[in-house]
Structures are given as structure tokens and as C-alpha cells.
Design a protein around this ligand. Structure first.
Ligand code: TXA
Ligand code: MG
Length: 348
């Protein structure tokens, strides 16, 4: 069932329907300020196992548990005393804290880890849903495993059809990228997101470390890091060189392609073989972030069999944008015009 709910002033009767479903052990998709989540009662082992089955998610990749109050969070995990006030200040917002879990949480949620990822979403529908259910809600992004996260209800329907009990359609999400995940024990960012390093530093009074995955580190910090993500089914090339070379390549390609770039760069492309997918103004990285996942999904809907995408400055939310793009292109990053051309020529 699809429930259309006002994202600013959620209708309580509809929220109650979804909350009842969650309490009965069913799955409900709901919008958050980041992306749509596929939710279930976090205290119900069976319901959480169904999240994994529905998404096709590897069982060793734990879920984020969404709460509506600090008190709810404290029932689920040991929140370090030194951070309690800071977390109160930071929430609700797109930041997820990894802390030591309590036994009340079933193993399926944390994939057997001793820690749990907790977050209080800054979205009226998500917050009301958790409050009405009176339960913490475990929710990964509501996409089939490996696909870009959904930023609108239509993307959820694209992936799951009618396989989910309830889908709340609350319009487009606000940020478009998943929450920042930070491990409080080591004060290290496992996944950059809309809550920026600058904002973390301001609230916590110290600069977080950033986990950089290298081939030498066998064990990823977040289990989710080792899986391919956000990937369209067609090849995606990320160009990290200067704008002039990028425009040059695009205007001189002899075969049709999808071109994902800022409005500024798209405006300079006159090659008729280019299907332009506009991300928004490069002067506003929040706009780029918001449009990123739907643009990645669009590649598979257009005719051309490959896409090239612009790079952005890894500053503020730009760090999260580039993190997702690196994963989406599976390492196909080119700074050099000629090398990229050589790869493109090889595509059938
Ligand atoms: O914005 C978001 O965070 C969205 C919305 C729905 O809240 N949720 C989301 O969930 O992105 P998901 O499951 O797609 O990503 C959760 C990430 C995964 O990379 C997972 O490995 C990591 O958080 N994670 C969860 N629990 C963890 C833990 N105990 N230790 C380390 N990483 C953990
Ligand atoms: Mg996800």
C-alpha cells in the first residue's frame, strides 16, 4: 500500500497506520531527511531478518537503528557519558553514531557485532513514525542491495514493486545522501555524509579522523564498505581532470553517451550524441547531492550504454558526493583526457 503523507505536517491517521504495521512485525518504507529507509521493529528479530531478505542484503552488513529520543537510544546502547550532551546538541540530524550495543537488540540488526549504529532522523514523518510506533526502527536505505539509495518513492517502487507492506510517499528527501556514520570509540568517520567534518568539529570540539580503505587493510571499518554500491548496470567513468578537458572530451565523442554534470558544464556541451543529466549548479553542492542518486539511476533508463560524470571538490558535503561517485564508478576514475578516450573507444 502507498500512503501519501505531507512531509512537513504529517497526517496522524496515516502515520498511525504505518506505525501499527511496524508494531505487527511488517515492513514500512518511510522518508528521512537523507534517503528513504526500509523499516522494521528493531527489537523484532524476524522482522529485521525480512529486511535483509527483501533487499538481498549480505547478512554481515548491520542496520542503522532509528530513534526518536536520547532516552530510547540509551535503552539500546551504552552512550559514552562524555558525548551525551554533544549528541543531544547534534540530533536530530543526518549523523549516525556507532556505540556499544545492549543485549536487548537482536543479533540480526547488528550482524553479530558488539556495536550498534544509532541515528535520530531530522524528518517529521520519520520522527512521528518512531514516536507513534513507540519502538526503535531498524532501517537500511530502501533500495535493492547495490543500487543507488532512493531519494523519492518512485525509486523504491522501481526496485520492489508491491513486495513491501507499506510505502510512505513523502516527496523527495532533503539531502539525497545517506547519513554520516561516525564511530565514537575511535572518533573516526566510517562513511562521510551530509553532516560535515566542519559541523562535527564545531559540536564535539575535535576533528574526526576519516577512515580510508586501502588494499592493505583487510578488515573494513564498516561492513558495508566492502560491497559494491550505488552502481548503475552500465559503465560509469568519473573524470577528475580540469573542466576544459572534460568539455573537450564530451564535445568530441563520436558515440552516444550519458553526460552527468553540473548545469554550468552541461551548458557548454553541444554534442548531439550526449544525453545530458543535469545535477544542478556547481555553486551549490547541496543541490548536486540531492540530485545525485536519481541521476545515477537515470543512466539505466536512457539509450546510451555508458556514462561519464564530473568530479567535485571534496569539501563540506562534496566529500560525501565524491565518496558515492567513487563507489558508483567502481574505481574507473580518469584525470587524463587521452586515457579516458582510450577506454571509451573500447566500449561496444
Ligand atoms: O541516512 C541513512 O543513514 C539511511 C537512512 C534510511 O537513515 N540509512 C542507511 O542505511 O544508509 P544503510 O544500511 O544503507 O547503511 C548503513 C551503514 C552501512 O555501511 C553499515 O555497514 C554501517 O552503516 N553500519 C551499521 N552498523 C554498524 C556498526 N555497528 N559498525 C560499523 N558500521 C555499521
Ligand atoms: Mg544502503
Amino acid at each position: 500500500m502507498i500512503l501519501k503523507i505531507n512531509p512537513i505536517k504529517p497526517e496522524l491517521d496515516k502515520i498511525r497506520m504505518a506505525a501499527n504495521a511496524i508494531r505487527e512485525g511488517k515492513l514500512a518504507v518511510f522518508p528521512t531527511e537523507t534517503v528513504y529507509g526500509l523499516g522494521a521493529n528493531a527489537l523484532d528479530d524476524e522482522a529485521c531478518k525480512r529486511i535483509f531478505l527483501t533487499k538481498g542484503r549480505p547478512q554481515d552488513n548491520p542496520l542503522i537503528v532509528h530513534v526518536s529520543s536520547i532516552e530510547m537510544a540509551e535503552k539500546l546502547a551504552e552512550i559514552p557519558k562524555e558525548y551525551l550532551q554533544k549528541i543531544r546538541q547534534a540530533w536530530p540530524s543526518p549523523i549516525t553514531f556507532i556505540v556499544k550495543k545492549k543485549n536487548i537488540l537482536p543479533n540480526s540488526v547488528t550482524a553479530g557485532l558488539e556495536t550498534v549504529a544509532l541515528r535520530m532522523p531530522a524528518h517529521p514523518i520519520a520522527l512521528e513514525l518512531i514516536k507513534e510506533a513507540g519502538l526503535p526502527i531498524a532501517a537500511p536505505s530502501a533500495n535493492l542491495s547495490g543500487k543507488p539509495s532512493p531519494t523519492e518513492a518512485s525509486s523504491v517502487i522501481e526496485d520492489f514493486g508491491d513486495r513491501i507492506d507499506i510505502i510512505i510517499d513523502g516527496g523527495p528527501t532533503f539531502f539525497g545522501l545517506e547519513s554520516t556514520v561516525i564511530d565514537l570509540e575511535t572518533f573516526t568517520i566510517a562513511r562521510p555524509g551530509p553532516f560535515t567534518i566542519g559541523e562535527i568539529t564545531k559540536i564535539f570540539g575535535k576533528i574526526p579522523k576519516i577512515f580510508k580503505q586501502t588494499k592493505e587493510i583487510a578488515k573494513p571499518m564498516s561492513p558495508g564498505m566492502k560491497y559494491r554500491h550505488y552502481a548503475p548496470s552500465k559503465p560509469l567513468f568519473l573524470f577528475s581532470g580540469d573542466n576544459e578537458s572534460f568539455v573537450n572530451i564530451a564535445n568530441n565523442l563520436g558515440k552516444s553517451f550519458c553526460f552527468i554534470a553540473s548545469n554550468e558544464i552541461c551548458g557548454r556541451i553541444y554534442n548531439e550524441k550526449a544525453v545530458k543529466i543535469r545535477l544542478g549548479s556547481s555553486k551549490n553542492l547541496y543541490e548536486i547531492a540531492k540530485n545525485l542518486f536519481s541521476s545515477l539511476r537515470a543512466i539505466d533508463k536512457f539509450e546510451p550504454n555508458f556514462a561519464i560524470c564530473e568530479s567535485f571538490e571534496e569539501k563540506g558535503i562534496g566529500l560525501a558526493i565524491m565518496n558515492r561517485l567513487h563507489k558508483a564508478c567502481g574505481g574507473a576514475i580518469f584525470a587524463d583526457e587521452n586515457r579516458l578516450k582510450k577506454f571509451i573507444t573500447a566500449i561496444k
